[in-house]
Ligand binder design. Structure first.
Ligand SMILES: Cc1cc2nc3c(=O)[nH]c(=O)nc-3n(C[C@H](O)[C@H](O)[C@H](O)COP(=O)(O)O)c2cc1C
Length: 192
């Protein structure tokens, strides 16, 4: 089984990345393969509303900017964790672009994400975390996916210095809980 994590932060080694890697540790302890994919800070574009994916139904987006490689990994994975820092009480534009395009291509190809497991992970300094968390969960909810939470919202607090989230003891514990719950659900779904 495999779970991919997508980092929507432009900082490859920032708070969001630390949170995703902490979830990965718990998944790997349960024998689940993981892969981290960087989306924040890339040139991923928004949906052009060309509807080519609706017509072609070839599991591809017509915009060739690296999206199709990432989408292929999303379609193959058993689970996905989408992570973002809060930017003005929402997710980053790069992650939003990925959500719009991957949701569309999944839905126009017989719901490729159907019955996969999804989790949202959000880092923030002070406010807007639950709104960003909801923005990510919308993808899972429209694609017939199963969402995983933890003992509190999947949020971690950290400022701009990078890596401060490690001091958010409860947030980090939530990430470990999230990994364990995700592994539990994946094993149930894939049993016999
Ligand atoms: C453009 C921008 C907007 C931000 N807006 C918010 C915000 O609305 N609320 C908040 O709590 N933090 C906000 N932050 C802080 C980041 O969300 C926070 O430091 C986060 O942990 C950074 O994660 P990263 O290290 O993975 O990039 C903002 C940061 C930037 C650069």
């Amino acid at each position: 089984m495999k779970v991919i994590g997508i980092n929507g932060s432009p900082r490859p080694a920032g708070n969001t990345s630390i949170m995703l890697k902490t979830v990965f540790e718990a998944l790997e302890e349960e024998g689940i393969e993981t892969e981290l994919i960087q989306v924040g800070g890339t040139d991923i574009k928004g949906c052009r509303s060309c509807y080519a994916c609706v017509k072609s139904k070839n599991r591809q987006c017509s915009t060739k900017d690296g999206f199709n490689e990432i989408f292929g990994k999303m379609a193959e994975a058993d689970g996905m964790i989408l992570g973002s820092p809060v930017y003005f009480a929402d997710i980053t534009p790069e992650l939003k672009a990925l959500i719009d395009r991957s949701g569309f291509v999944s839905r126009t190809n017989d719901q490729l994400f159907r019955h996969k497991v999804g989790a949202a992970v959000v880092s923030l300094r002070r406010g807007g975390g639950v709104h960003a968390y909801d923005s990510i969960n919308h993808l899972f909810q429209i694609c017939q996916m199963f969402m995983v939470g933890s003992t509190y919202w999947n949020l971690g607090f950290g400022g701009r210095d990078g890596g401060e989230v490690v001091n958010d003891t409860e947030g980090m514990e939530n990430m470990r809980d999230l990994g364990q719950s995700m592994a539990f659900l994946l094993k149930k779904l894939n049993a016999g």
